[in-house]
Design a protein around this ligand. Structure first.
Ligand SMILES: [Zn+2]
Length: 179
């Protein structure tokens, strides 16, 4: 375990609930967005149990099969890139034996940061569904709109707000306990 501290940011304030707006894309076959978000929340709880900020992500194919799972793990792995989204992408790519995840969607408890948004584009995911917003570092709608950047050669649709209150509460409770 790294002896690494948060850089004094108030994480609890970062996690902002939002409601689902606009048309809701069809979920993978036989699934609901809420069901997939519950899996991601379970992975976030697993991260929390390891002392990590509780963020979790799953990746599902159109068929409904979940092909990747990830929990936030930078502290335990001494790897600053080990965000839940990156862990889920690595897991899905290993599982499918492919470096691209066309036809797959990611469901993650919090809005992805710039690094993860970049990785999501590189992975050629079809879309990303997130729970709460990250007011400080969210790169999908909050601080930047990277997934919609015109220079990117691959479009990833995105939707926020699924079980948003629960996802934000996970983060807020985690930091409240540590104060
Ligand atoms: Zn990230």
């Amino acid at each position: 375990m790294c002896d690494k501290k948060d850089a004094g940011m108030d994480w609890a304030e970062r996690a902002v609930p939002e409601s689902v707006g606009g048309p809701v894309p069809s979920p993978p076959a036989g699934r609901t967005w809420e069901e997939l978000m519950r899996m991601a929340i379970g992975l976030a709880a697993g991260a929390e149990a390891r002392g990590e900020v509780p963020v979790g992500a799953v990746i599902a194919e159109r068929s409904g099969t979940v092909v990747g799972e990830g929990g936030n793990a930078p502290l335990g792995t001494c790897d600053p890139t080990a965000h839940a989204e990156i862990m889920a992408i690595r897991d899905a790519c290993r599982h499918l034996g492919n470096y691209r995840l066309e036809g797959c969607v990611m469901v993650v408890t919090m809005e992805p940061c710039a690094m993860c948004a970049g990785a999501i584009v590189h992975a050629r995911l079809d879309g990303v569904v997130y729970g709460c917003r990250d007011a400080l570092a969210g790169a999908v709608v909050s601080r930047s709109d990277l997934l919609d950047a015109p220079f990117l050669n691959h479009r990833v649709w995105h939707m926020g707000g699924v079980l948003s209150g629960e996802c934000a509460a996970l983060i807020r409770t985690f930091f409240a306990k540590r104060r």
